[in-house]
Design a protein around this ligand. Structure first.
Ligand code: DGL
Length: 273
């Protein structure tokens, strides 16, 4: 699709969809590249966490919820800022929406191409690790590397906690780090793919508490470049002044701490969709 009707009275905007604060890691990259773009955060927090839900319940939910949030926001582009959702529902979203849909693909290709040891770790939700989509990606772009799959649902919870002001300790990360480094072949891992958008939010801590230095790669910058490509394609110039932001949720957090988690983007008050 190349033609998108855009209301001239509204500045160009993208909606970043996720189950929670993972949208922030994607938004930071988009802001860096496209500071004038208005960002809508579409957070399906009443269905969080996505990673442990079945494909049967998650697929229709994502299509329905992302669709409702796109309609409510009037955004020009949908960014599925969630690997669990992207590896499951991109074709369906593209079928029902009349706007461009940008998805997050686990960064297996660049990681496998850059690994000197020929061993990478793929850290993700259980859903993403077990998807056919991910298996096909490894088969196609694994470059002959050994790929150690590391399901890490606790990192999702820890990222949510960190963005709500909690401190993440070495002890919190110990079990995940053991599943990367102290497993068969783990001594050879030189690159880890952060294949859940929540995980780049913990990069500093993962790096600090890992038993040795490795590279942690994610897809955020590539997503931002893709959004920029779509803006050009749609002939939507971003304004010179800093873009606004707005937070849409599917459930109002009881203590409203979710607003605090997104504070760096100074979003306008909560709307529930
Ligand atoms: N941020 C999401 C991802 O990239 C998933 C978090 C969740 O389990 O809800 O996969």
């Amino acid at each position: 699709m190349t033609e998108v009707a855009h209301s001239n009275s509204l500045p160009p905007s993208a909606l970043i969809f996720d189950s929670g604060v993972g949208a922030i890691s994607i938004a930071r990259e988009i802001r860096r590249l496209l500071p004038g773009l208005t960002l809508h955060f579409g957070i399906d927090n009443s269905f969080y966490p996505y990673g442990s839900r079945s494909e049967e319940e998650l697929r229709p939910r994502i299509v329905e919820q992302a669709g409702a949030m796109m309609r409510a926001s009037g955004a020009d582009i949908l960014v599925v800022g969630c690997n669990t959702a992207s590896t499951l529902a991109l074709p369906q979203l593209r079928k029902v929406l009349d706007r461009p849909v940008v998805g997050v693909v686990p960064a297996v290709k660049p990681a496998a191409a850059a690994s000197r040891a020929g061993t990478i770790a793929l850290i993700a939700t259980e859903g993403t690790v077990n998807r056919n989509y991910t298996r096909d990606l490894i088969r196609q772009y694994g470059n002959g590397c050994r790929v150690i799959n590391v399901p890490a649902p606790e990192l999702v919870r820890l990222a949510e906690a960190k963005l709500r002001g909690e401190t993440i300790t070495a002890r919190d990360l110990e079990p995940v780090l053991a599943r990367i480094f102290h497993t068969a072949g783990g001594d050879r891992v030189d690159i880890a793919v952060l294949a859940c958008t929540h995980f780049p939010l913990l990069r500093e801590e993962l790096d600090r508490y890992a038993p040795r230095r490795i590279q942690w790669v994610d897809s955020g910058a590539a997503i931002a470049r893709r959004v920029s490509w779509w803006l050009d394609e749609l002939k939507l110039a971003q304004p010179d002044k800093p873009g606004a932001s707005r937070l849409l949720t599917s459930a109002v957090d009881e203590d409203r701490k979710i607003l605090g988690a997104f504070a760096e983007f100074d979003p306008s008050p909560l709307n529930t969709v």
